[in-house]
Design a protein around this ligand. Structure first.
Ligand SMILES: C=C(OP(=O)(O)O)C(=O)O
Ligand SMILES: [Mg+2]
Length: 436
């Protein structure tokens, strides 16, 4: 048991070359913890505020004020508090800010302190973060949802759908799942080259070829899975994040690359058709953040067959999730620590989701760093799913490599979540055709 002694923040760079906040905490015992805050591009409008300013050489992207808030008000607020009292630490940080959306001091400032304190408290006990946060129950390795084709605002191509993910749910271990993911990624490079398509990459390390139609991209992925010698669906399934809040304008969904304009009815029919043709087990943000009726319709229509993940609609916020549960919207929660801005609130939202039968997918942001906290968070909570980008690029593989280390450390006690991680695990495991 040891109190927070010093808190220090600095500006570092993220994977897009933008500044972000790094925080170091030292306890009275000398134990130290460090965390770096990630940053999104297709952000939900109800996310806690990422405080940006023009006070640096980076134009409007600076985090000078957020860094100053950590080193000033936030450090003063938590200094002397017991580091293992995470809820009290986080409540103190939120109270210091005093606004519901963390708009005064910035969610990036608050989250940096919150995570660094947790890491210092774990170090003090000589425990890995997943064990400190998850206790003796932490032994489930998540299925990785790996974004291998990038579109939307994460790439400069014409793909409307932001993320095409491969899901190696049929593997026997996390290590095997990651190997399968890497093999499909390499096979995909070959499939794209053979079609004369570019293999340059987008923000999350996935390829960003000049494809236009969602169907075409899904077909390319199925071809890559087969080229890697694996079985689509049973070994490696697909997941999509069309990030439709980015496509929603004047009450309709505009798929510009595909020249398609759909209302919620049309979009429901479109996803149903896609799920019938491709081995898709999960669709994230299949409706826009404010289209509650569209979301409810989609959930009623597809929710018993496909995992429907709420990202922009819930923003890891317990109140938004509670509203979604009341309206029977989605069946899974995307978990991004910087959407809500503290560790305790993240855990509270995940607990609410779990109590209500929603699956949880712990997620990176499109702007990432070497920080691996989300890998430990996924194991600590036993949520069974993590999305951390392509199995390539250091900012993405840092998370997967951390999961390899955890799996090795757990040894015989490690269990890979597999198909059971999905709300529709029984259906997937039974090997029935999607949409049947
Ligand atoms: C990871 C995502 O992208 P961003 O971080 O840009 O919100 C997402 O939309 O799920
Ligand atoms: Mg998303």
């Amino acid at each position: 048991m040891s109190e927070v002694a010093t808190v220090h923040a600095r500006q570092v760079l993220d994977s897009r070359g933008n500044p972000t906040v790094e925080v170091e905490v030292e306890l009275g015992s000398g134990a130290r913890g460090r965390a770096i805050v990630p940053s999104g591009a297709s952000t939900g409008s109800h996310e806690a505020l990422e405080l940006r300013d023009g006070g640096s050489a980076y134009g409007g992207k600076g985090v000078t004020q957020a860094v100053a808030h950590v080193n000033g008000e936030l450090a003063a607020a938590v200094r002397g508090l017991e580091a293992s009292h995470q809820e009290l630490i986080d409540q103190t940080l939120c109270d210091a800010d005093g606004t519901p959306g963390k708009t005064r001091l910035g969610a990036n400032a608050i989250l940096g302190v919150s995570l660094a304190v947790a890491r210092a408290a774990a170090a003090e006990r000589d425990l890995p973060l997943y064990r400190y946060l998850g206790g003796v129950g932490a032994h489930v390795l998540p299925v990785p949802l790996m974004n291998v084709l990038n579109g939307g605002v994460h790439a400069d191509n014409a793909l409307d759908c932001q993320e095409f993910m491969i899901v190696p749910l049929g593997a026997a271990s996390f290590g095997e799942a990651l190997r399968w993911g890497a093999e499909v990624y390499q096979a995909l490079r070959g499939v794209l080259r053979a079609r004369g398509l570019a293999t340059t990459v987008g923000d999350e390390g996935g390829f960003a070829p000049a494809l236009q139609a969602t169907e075409e991209a899904c077909a390319v992925l199925v071809a890559a899975i087969e080229a890697a010698g694996l079985r689509p669906h049973r070994d490696v399934a697909l997941a999509l994040d069309p990030a439709t809040s980015e496509l929603f304008e004047d009450g309709a969904y505009h798929f510009k690359g595909e020249g398609r304009r759909l209302d919620a009815d049309g979009l429901c029919a479109y996803w149903s058709e896609l799920v019938r043709h491709f081995p898709i087990v999960s669709i994230e943000d299949g409706m826009a953040e404010e289209d509650w009726d569209g979301w409810a319709q989609l959930t009623a229509q597809l929710g018993d067959r496909v995992q429907l993940v709420g990202d922009d609609v819930f923003v890891t916020n317990p109140e938004r999730l509670a509203e979604g549960i009341r309206r029977r919207v989605a069946n899974a929660l995307l978990v991004k620590v910087n959407q809500i801005g503290s560790l305790s609130e993240t855990l509270q939202t995940m607990a609410l989701a779990t109590r209500q039968g929603y699956a949880c997918v712990v997620s990176h942001r499109s702007g990432e760093t070497e920080d691996t906290t989300i890998a430990d968070l996924a194991v600590a909570t036993g949520c069974g799913q993590i999305k951390a980008g392509a199995p390539a690029r250091t900012d993405r593989v840092a998370k997967y490599n951390q999961l390899l280390r955890i799996e090795e450390e757990l040894g015989d006690a490690a269990r890979f979540a597999g198909p059971a991680a999905f709300r529709l695990g029984q259906w997937v495991a039974a090997g029935s055709e999607p949409g049947a």
